[in-house]
Design a protein around this ligand. Structure first.
Ligand SMILES: [Zn+2]
Length: 317
């Protein structure tokens, strides 16, 4: 193997296994959405999507995640690759690769946070305050690029990786919300400033509400699959899709209606995230945790169906 190729593989390996990003649905969440989308996709859509992704620019490291060696079937290799792609937008946060970081990391593409507050038990939007972040605009922009025959596969690969990632993120309620309180006059940045650790906890050990929701699935479903992370993701995703079937959800997918997807999440932030039993500086109750898990399972499943059907429409013809 030429040394340049070995370097590329090493970079891919290090990025995947050491970067350990924890922003927005953590990587398990994004892989679950990828797995569910893949199950929805037609053979033609799968083939076209893999072809586009493997045309990605070399400096993105996106195409090298396709591991063509090993004894797994071609179908398994494609699925593994496709599940990894939605996590790429978090992998590029790693500053150990400054060139990739400078070119591809875009912090405010991961959310569209609407400013709101509670007044006398009711919620109201903050008049005149523009939402923070560009997730909604970017989803529409990337869908347009993916449909455009004049856009190269090279550029479509990056658009697709972002589309899959943001499509997941926008289903996390706290990616659409910035709650304004007396303590957080400029908003709570998606629950990042709302601590659930006791007051006085050293900064490095503090846990916040955003983290609680991002990581709720792997924290509540034990990993019992040796080294097979793919088996773990499959196990979880199949439990979710049997609970929330495609048949039951298909009429409410609202494909391409990113404003609706965001509005659903914002509503959940107001009703299910900031429930009256949630207290600052306290671990959320068992009842709260169980409900948060249920909401997250549903949102991840819906994101998977929406991504899969959108890609069928774009690439399945
Ligand atoms: Zn994200």
């Amino acid at each position: 193997m030429p040394s340049r190729l070995i370097n590329t593989f090493l970079i891919a390996f290090i990025s995947i296994f050491l970067a350990a990003p924890a922003f927005a649905w953590d990587d398990v969440g994004h892989k679950i959405t990828g797995y569910i989308a893949w199950q929805r996709m037609s053979p033609k859509a799968r083939e076209n999507v893999i072809k586009v992704l493997r045309s990605a620019p070399e400096d993105s490291h996106l195409s090298v995640y396709y591991q063509s060696y090993g004894v797994r079937s071609e179908a398994d290799k494609q699925l593994e690759y496709f599940m990894l792609v939605p996590t790429w937008a978090d992998i590029v946060r790693d500053r150990a690769f400054p060139v990739r970081y400078e070119k591809y990391h875009k912090g405010d593409w991961h959310y569209t946070s609407v400013f709101w507050r509670e007044v006398g038990g009711r919620t109201e939007l903050i008049a005149g305050k523009k939402p923070d972040g560009q997730a909604i605009e970017k989803l529409a922009e990337f869908e347009k690029a993916l449909r455009d025959p004049a856009v190269s596969d090279r550029d479509k690969a990056i658009a697709l990786a972002w589309f899959l990632h943001i499509g997941g993120d926008i289903h996390q309620p706290l990616h659409t919300s910035s709650r304004v309180t007396d303590l957080e006059a400029e908003g709570d940045r998606g629950g990042n400033t709302f601590l659930i650790s006791p007051q006085g906890t050293p900064r490095a050990d503090q846990q916040n509400l955003h983290w609680f929701w991002d990581s709720i699935v792997p924290r509540n479903i034990p990993f019992d699959f040796g080294f097979c992370e793919g088996c773990y993701v499959k196990h979880i995703a199949e439990a979710f899709t049997s609970r929330y079937s495609f048949e039951a959800e298909k009429d409410g997918l609202a494909l391409s209606n990113y404003v609706q997807w965001k509005d659903e999440s914002l509503k959940l932030a107001q009703t299910d995230v900031f429930r009256s039993d949630l207290k600052r500086f306290e671990t959320p109750s068992d009842a709260y945790r169980r409900n948060a898990l249920r909401v997250s399972e549903y949102r991840l499943t819906l994101a998977g169906y929406r991504m899969g059907e959108t890609l069928n429409d774009i690439f399945g013809k």
